[in-house]
Ligand binder design. Sequence first.
Ligand SMILES: [Zn+2]
Ligand SMILES: [Zn+2]
Length: 364
Amino acid sequence: MSDFKPCEDQSATFTGWASTGTPHLKKWSYHPRPLGPKDVEIEISHCGICGSDIHTITGGWGALPEPEIVGHEIVGKIVAAGAEFQNRIGEHVGVGGLADACGDCKDCKAGNEQLCSKKSFIFNDKFKDGRGGKTYGGFADRVRVRGDFAHKIPENMSLAEAAPLLCAGITTFAPLIQHQAGPGKSVGIIGIGGLGHLGIQWAAAMKCDEVVAISSSNSKREESKKLGATKFVNSKNPEDMKAAAQSMDIILCTSFAKDADWDALLNLVANNGKMVILAMPEAPLSIGAGAFIHRQVSMVGSLIGGKKMSRDMLDFAAKHNVRPWIETMPMSDCNAAVKHVMEGRPRYRVVMETGAAVRAQTSN
Ligand SMILES: [Zn+2]
Ligand SMILES: [Zn+2]
């Protein structure tokens, strides 16, 4: 942040739960940037907890230099807006990993705002539009972002269930669209957790021939079938791995062990197929190149998704009834919620509720 320019609206104070160098979150307040003509202010009702939040607050991706409010599966109501979005006040919206992008570069014009060199992640980042200011995430009562990145929540979807779609949902939906999942294709999902349980549902709703749940234990065998998987592969069972060899056109890798056997995992991909990495490892991967040459397998990554993809994802979820399985907890108990996630216990996503969510429920 060497070229950081502060930009604060002293008349507004937002309060959240900040990481201050340890995973223990503390109540902490900040002044957001002044509401620009293209910005919206959201009163947050819900925020999911994603693996990226945990990596950030535990320092897995590097130490945090200053208090940081994470959270990038944000749902709430627009309560204030700049001139361009006055007509959206009162709208229920969701915000994922992006708070802003330039809108003008090659990547933005192609709908890939997540690749824009001037994009701003929703937390642990600065705005790059020249006004200055730092981004803060959704473990808070409010947030200000560019209105383009606040996506309308479909009418038939609960606000709590919408939250995980903003990261876990888009992260798994976008690569399936990009790599043309659908009839005639076999899709595998490695890791049946917050991301993977949505990946299975998308692939089933896209009518893929086979949807294969791949997990290192049998504990999720039955649940994966309920989610729409047609097959289950235990990656620790050599018989399972042999039977499934070279059978999947697209595999989404949502999590992996530090000692993952990449040759064995790549052997599940069909000739000319793709292994898509969705989780950022904390150390470099060690992979042999045999499958890349001899079977023309590719290994690619995918990062969340742009504005249009996010809107398409929410519409698809609404139409095909794709919903995360969630456990709700009060945001005031965020340390207990984070601990629950770190222990790998949620089935399959924790969504925290703020006072705004509680007030909305009691007024109904
Ligand atoms: Zn995430
Ligand atoms: Zn751009």
